[in-house]
Design a protein around this ligand. Sequence first.
Ligand code: C2E
Ligand code: MG
Ligand code: MG
Length: 657
Amino acid sequence: MGRLTRLREALSVAEGDPELVRSQLEAFGRQIPLLYFILVVNTTAVAITHIGCAPAWLSIYFPGVLSALCIIRCLRWWRVRHRVLTHDKAVPELRKLIWLTGLFAVAFSSWSLFLFPYGTAYEQAQVAFYMATTVVGCVFCLMHLRAAAFLLLSIAILSFSSFLVFTGSPVLVAMAVDMTLVGVALAFIIQLYYRTFADVVHAQRELQASQQKTQRLSDDNFRLASIDSLTDLPNRRSFFASLQALSEQALGTNGGFHVGLIDLDGFKQVNDIYGHASGDLVLQEVGLRLLALAEPNLFFARLGGDEFGVLVQNRPANPTLVELGERICKSLSQPYRVAGNVAELSGTIGWAAFPEAGTTVAQVFERADAALYAGKESRRGTPVIFSTEHETRIRRSSLVTQELRHADLEAELFLEFQPICDVLTQRTIGLEALGRWHNARLGAVKPEEFIRIAERTELILRVTEVLLRKALNEAARWPSELYLSFNLSSIDICTSARARRVIDIVAASGVPPHRVSFEITETAVTRDFEQARCSLTMIKKAGCRVSLDDFGTGYSSLSYVHRLPFDTIKVDRSFMTDVDSNGASRKIVKSVLDLCRNLGLECVVEGLETASQVEVVKALGARAMQGYLFSRPMRASAVAGYLQAAVEPGLAAAAQS
Ligand code: C2E
Ligand code: MG
Ligand code: MG
């Protein structure tokens, strides 16, 4: 940068740097009272000592007018000291200050030059001293306005030093030299100070910018952390934060609210059949449908997977809540268009009221979950409000959990066996092992109940291990043509290591693997389709057979049968109740039997209780059957006797029909 450019820059206003201009004005504003104080006090002192020896216009009127101007400027500053100028106004203001400094410098310097010849050497020395101290004082006050400080220095020092040199007096010439040197030194100090000042302003600006950026980033992160990226609904964390806030507010105001948990029925099937991308589209559509229902007192969120949450402020009456739930369910059960197909899903909602159903966030959430669970079991696609019945269930469930946790499973668990018969040969072909639990405190606990609880707590791993060993132990004693059918839970096959454990137990038992068939329900398979396929394939490779149990109860899809290595399909017993009177049930059973024939699979029809049911199912082409008509599940000790009977009692009844 050339010297001239640098000089021009030093004497001008930094127009392109709004922060610097603003900081200059601010810093100078703080010095104004001191600046005028120095000027007025010094001027008054010199004027007073010159009264009598100098003319009145120089010792009274002129300094009087200058001091008055100083006081006026000072008062004006006081009036506008809090104003904030825009950059457009700040630049002219700064320029005005520089010009004003120049004018004041000319006025005060001229006054002292005119005054200098009057009085004795003392008075003259006082004027020189006045010039020196006032200039130094004012220059320090003007540090932040570099241009103004330079202007003041040049006018005062140049005019006064030249004047002193012209007097020819060696003392005064020495004084002039001294003054000039001090002036140059001051100019350096000003330049150094000003640079530091400008650097600090720039550093502050960068700090502010980086703070703003950090703030923006943290705002973005907060948004991302509280929004579900797939559906754009608030996420689980946000849901629980709102739940917490609502509960605190409700406790403080004696108010209340409702928590709703929504679970999609049939979502897993969409994922499995059409793929994850389609599953994502369904979830996005669910998000849009829920948002379309949102009102100021309704808060929807995605809690994860196919589970959504809803908070309803102001605790509406039950009929209103049911009506709202039905509206949500109706909206969710409209068909979804995915990948050129139409998928049918529904949503079930469990509601719980705060504080009636639970007085803590965890409790009310658990109650809503209990209502949802009850809904999923018996009333899919509808809203269910938490009731005392659910309460009893929760209590029972925690009691059973406790007992199961501490039970001596080896001693308390045992099996019953139910034969599977071939109605054509009239022989038993295998036996299904059914788990039983007798507990000293609870008595006999139904398998549906303890198996569900064992699954939830993962105690099922231990339960399966004990039962499978016992079942294989019995099967080893049966005639070698009979197979053992054993029920596995989804937890038993949810990792390859667990599937391997099951295989190892069979291998250790000595029972040939081809004599063992593992039953798995469709709902178990749908939990994690890919892992289920992997585990079942491992089991198949180990030589065991695999059956799809309770076919027709869930969201049965033929794609499972195709894509999983099943040997057998077991038609659920619910179709048998009216198979002899209801054409629709008959058609379903017939199509499953046809499907099995076409795919080369074995088909076992479950739950046959009457001879007429057997007759109908037999006519439809079924051979393998299971049900109370043939035999109820029996103790292990009864199996041998049952098998030894020359004509098996159940088969005799069926044969007579
Ligand atoms: P499942 O595997 O479908 O077992 C058949 C169920 O139907 C058995 O009920 C059996 O007693 C019952 N049943 C058989 N024939 C008839 C009939 O003609 N009419 C009627 N109404 N019912 C009949 P159970 O023993 O109560 O077992 C219920 C469910 O519990 C089983 O259904 C199975 O899913 C599960 N389970 C039973 N034992 C075990 C086990 O050891 N492990 C696992 N993971 N689940 C088991
Ligand atoms: Mg079964
Ligand atoms: Mg079954």
